[in-house]
Design a protein around this ligand. Structure first.
Ligand code: 13P
Length: 232
């Protein structure tokens, strides 16, 4: 199972450092096959010296270094040994207007540098209600190399993100079955209001290989509860 925490625009450098130390100690008692990833804000990056927790970034620009005001390139990530990145998150697609073309460009760049890529896809409510779901999710995979061995796909329905209401079991099962047909053996995470309660129901679904957690990951005890409840 893969357990990934997306802090979004939360936590400071100092609160991230203590969170990670605590989580890393907790992870030492978890099964080897459990993979734990945390994506703090860029300002919190540091050399943490962790054993079990991988630290990644929520975004970066596809260049080593150069002139792109306000952005961070791979040189700045390498300083801290960062090797994982989230791409295609719905907040960047829908709220910041990031296009599929730019996302695919970032994908190629970080693939060449052998980053683990947590690639997010997910439909808004109107598509879930009356659109062509397969076509919509397919368009979010345009120009994405699905054969890349460090790719992880996170299915995060936009209507379940930050609402406190996760998608139901049936919806997750059907969508992940469909995605399995579309993407082959790429690990699939579910994201959208994942909480410690009910986690086993989600991780017990076929074709769910883990979770990407926002709000319920911000408190380290809550994220640890997600990890231990999933394995109970
Ligand atoms: P929430 O867990 O807060 O719904 O956020 C999910 C998410 O967007 C993770 O990337």
């Amino acid at each position: 199972m893969i357990f990934a925490a997306n802090f979004k625009t939360n936590h400071t450098r100092s609160s991230t450092a203590s969170y990670l130390q605590q989580l890393d100690s907790f992870m030492q008692f978890q099964p080897e096959e459990s993979r734990c990833m945390v994506f703090p804000p860029l300002t919190a990056l540091d050399s943490f010296g962790l054993k079990r927790v991988e630290v990644g970034v929520q975004n970066a620009y596809p260049m080593q270094k150069g002139s792109m005001t306000g952005e961070v390139g791979s040189e700045q990530l390498e300083e801290f040994g960062v090797g994982s990145i989230i791409l295609g998150h719905s907040e960047r697609r829908h709220k910041l207007g990031e296009t599929q073309e730019l996302i695919a460009q970032k994908y190629e760049y970080f693939k060449e540098r052998e980053f683990t890529i947590v690639y997010c896809i997910g439909e808004p409510l109107e598509v879930r209600k009356s659109g062509d779901l397969k076509e919509y999710l397919g368009s979010q995979l345009e120009n994405i190399d699905l054969a890349y061995e460090r790719l992880i796909i996170a299915y995060e329905p936009v209507w379940a993100i930050g609402t406190g209401e996760s998608a139901d079991r049936e919806t997750i099962a059907q969508t992940h079955d469909m995605l399995r047909q579309m993407v082959g053996s790429v690990p699939l995470l579910y994201g959208g209001s994942v909480k410690p309660d009910g986690i086993q129901e989600i991780t017990g679904i076929e074709n769910v290989e883990g979770v990407l957690v926002g709000s319920a990951s911000l408190d380290v005890k809550s994220f640890e509860a997600i990890i231990s409840n999933a394995q109970a």
